[in-house]
Design a protein around this ligand. Structure first.
Ligand SMILES: Cc1cc2nc3c(=O)[nH]c(=O)nc-3n(C[C@H](O)[C@H](O)[C@H](O)COP(=O)(O)OP(=O)(O)OC[C@H]3O[C@@H](n4cnc5c(N)ncnc54)[C@H](O)[C@@H]3O)c2cc1C
Length: 380
């Protein structure tokens, strides 16, 4: 590590990153390309498997891909040019001209993963404890490693966050998002036509559904090879939360039931409920082979840095999906961290400045997501 007081920057840091999904990869790539030495520990063995969903490719994500020469963002994104609101019978109630850019989790993950060296990405390796004062991590094989800085990019169920902030708990927002992805090639032509180049919504009394095109799993963007991604926010409507979140192996899950793990009666019940949606959304839900469900939570930490340990991405703040900002926030956290190290004369000053600005950003975003969701689901 070197600290250049005259140029006010820190370089050559040894950084241990816990979590190798979006947040860990954005951080690892930007640190490596700024003269630092990141190593990523990812608890899953092998490549991460998509939950299949779409991601709004906010401008900072696209800039990250092009600035680092990872891929031309055009190659893995789709666009809509109109935001449309349908009536219950499926007519267009309102249309607003607006360009949105979308990608898929799997296409983006693949690009980021390919841009980070294999020898610095350790799969099947979970971090079980952190000593923030010395930037030391304990790995699940019992070994310890000490670096200059630790970054925990462990997602909403981060164990490092639980260790550093034991009183912080994700708060359930009282509704869920049912989700699905379907190949456009298998859909009726009228359905494809309705959704093409649009970001389409239906707002019911206590539900909200939306759909947009995303690329195919390898980033394919040509018509015919794309997928339609839908998200259906719904209240429990008298149903038992425990029953919905108990998966095919009879395990009750707290946060989500991934594709392939919903029990048949639960999937059938939700498909039946699709009859309350405009017909084109009902078709979409019924043509989707694999529904999955995610509980909506809010999460806020009071600060993102404790000594030499940082919390980043969903490990620090979980904002509701209405903000379309989870992945963009992880990218923003990563680039802001590298910028702070490049513009401060000491690691501690850089981390303190980063924590201040990104904690403020995360707190504001979570509050905005709560407000958006509660209004849309009539939960006020
Ligand atoms: C497999 C997967 C699929 C997803 N699919 C979608 C999608 O389709 N649409 C969407 O909008 N969002 C999806 N998300 C969520 C989305 O990636 C995040 O909300 C957002 O990008 C912020 O990412 P993150 O890196 O902070 O957290 P996450 O993406 O949740 O990643 C956290 C990572 O940390 C690892 N980890 C956790 N604890 C430890 C530990 N102790 N030691 C080592 N590793 C640890 C986890 O295995 C995981 O890979 C998905 C996340 C994952 C992990």
């Amino acid at each position: 590590m070197s600290q250049d007081q005259s140029h006010q920057s820190v370089s050559g840091l040894d950084v241990l990153i816990s979590g190798g999904s979006m947040g860990g990869l954005f951080t690892g790539i930007s640190l490596a390309r700024s003269g630092h030495y990141p190593t990523i520990y990812e608890r899953s063995a092998g490549a991460l498997k998509s939950r299949g969903g779409g991601i709004v490719a906010q401008q900072n994500i696209r800039r990250f891909l092009s600035d680092h020469g990872i891929v031309d963002p055009e190659a893995i994104t789709t666009r809509s040019h109109e935001r449309r609101f349908l009536t219950e019978s499926g007519d267009v109630e309102r249309a607003v001209s607006e360009t949105m850019v979308f990608t898929s989790w799997d296409a983006l993950y693949r690009q980021l993963r390919d841009a980070f060296p294999d020898e610095r990405y350790r799969t099947g390796t979970a971090v079980t404890g952190v000593t923030p004062e010395t930037a030391t991590v304990t790995i699940d094989d019992g070994t310890e490693r000490t670096a200059d800085v630790v970054v925990a990019a462990e997602g909403g169920q981060s164990t490092t966050r639980a260790q550093l902030h034991p009183s912080v708990e994700p708060e359930f927002a009282s509704y869920v998002a049912w989700r699905g992805v379907v190949d456009e090639a298998g859909l009726p032509a009228a359905c494809v036509e309705t959704f093409d180049e649009t970001f389409t919504f239906y707002q019911g009394a206590d539900q909200l559904v939306l759909a947009y095109f995303i690329p195919g799993p390898d980033g394919e963007t040509a018509p015919g090879s794309r997928r339609l991604n839908w998200v259906w926010y719904d209240t429990f409507d008298g149903r038992d939360r425990r029953a919905i979140f108990t998966d095919t192996s009879d395990t009750e899950r707290r946060f989500s039931v991934p594709p392939g793990r919903l029990r048949d009666p639960i999937r059938h019940r939700q498909r039946e409920r699709a009859a309350t949606l405009p017909p084109v959304f009902e078709t979409l839900v019924n043509e989707t082979p694999d529904l999955f469900v995610q509980a909506i939570y809010d999460l806020t930490v009071p600060k993102m840095v404790t000594d030499r340990a940082c919390l980043l991405g969903d490990g620090a703040f979980v904002a509701r999906p209405h903000t379309a900002a989870g992945t963009a926030k992880a990218a923003g956290d990563a680039t802001a961290l590298v910028d702070a190290l490049a513009s401060h004369g000491s690691v501690d000053d850089a981390l303190a400045a980063w924590s201040r600005t990104r904690t403020e950003y995360g707190t504001t975003l979570v509050a905005r997501g709560k407000q958006m969701g509660d209004v849309r689901l009539n939960l006020d």
